[in-house]
Ligand binder design. Structure first.
Ligand code: MG
Ligand code: ZN
Length: 193
């Protein structure tokens, strides 16, 4: 059931979804939005949605960059977003390796559960957006609306057909159109799919 008290949230991936995937990005200067991404986030805000970024950053466990470097990248990303009129509600990352078997690396649900607890939203009511199978699988595991984007590795993910997303969009802008129409179609008590 949809709670009237809690805002719905967009939970989005970072690399290949919000910013250009540059393989283990560690230099703040290399943060570059996917065209239209910041404007799409502004539209989510205007729709009254909360916005959280959840990202796997195994480059830390691999020793490619430090926690401090990652924090600098995220500070810079936040300041670029602020310049575009966007304020994230939260940014969460998993620093581990796949073999660490943690519960926070996507598709593990640890980080979205943490975010939901911190920010007071129902994860089942979230829209999960990303370019990889792990993003879509996270959406499925949590029972949210899972939207695959064709940016980043998205076209490859779509071709693999390993896991079926609820929707596929070209980019965040198109996802904003989709979510806008889903929210308007289901302003009653039911979930958007
Ligand atoms: Mg990605
Ligand atoms: Zn982890």
């Amino acid at each position: 059931m949809r709670s009237k008290l809690s805002r719905r949230f967009v939970v989005l991936d970072r690399d290949g979804t919000l910013i250009i995937d540059k393989d283990y990005l560690s230099n703040p200067k290399e943060v570059e939005f996917i065209p239209g991404a910041a404007a799409a986030l502004r539209r989510f805000q205007e729709m009254g949605l909360g916005i959280v970024v959840i990202t796997n950053q195994s480059g830390i466990a691999r020793g490619f960059f430090s926690l401090e470097q990652l924090q600098r990248v995220h500070e810079h990303l936040n300041s670029l977003l602020n310049q575009e009129g966007v304020k994230l509600d939260g940014m969460y990352f998993c620093p581990h390796l796949p073999k660490d078997d943690c519960n926070c690396r996507k598709p593990g649900t640890g980080l979205i559960r943490q975010a939901a607890q911190d920010l007071g939203f129902n994860p089942e009511e979230a829209f999960i957006l990303g370019d990889k199978n792990s993003d879509i699988e996270l959406g499925k595991r949590i029972g949210a609306v899972a939207i695959l984007l064709r940016t980043g590795y998205g076209e490859k993910t779509e071709q693999e057909k390993r896991i079926a997303p609820d929707y596929v969009c070209d980019n965040l802008e198109q996802a904003a159109d989709l979510i806008f129409s889903l929210l308007n179609k289901t302003s009653s008590t039911h979930k958007a799919h």
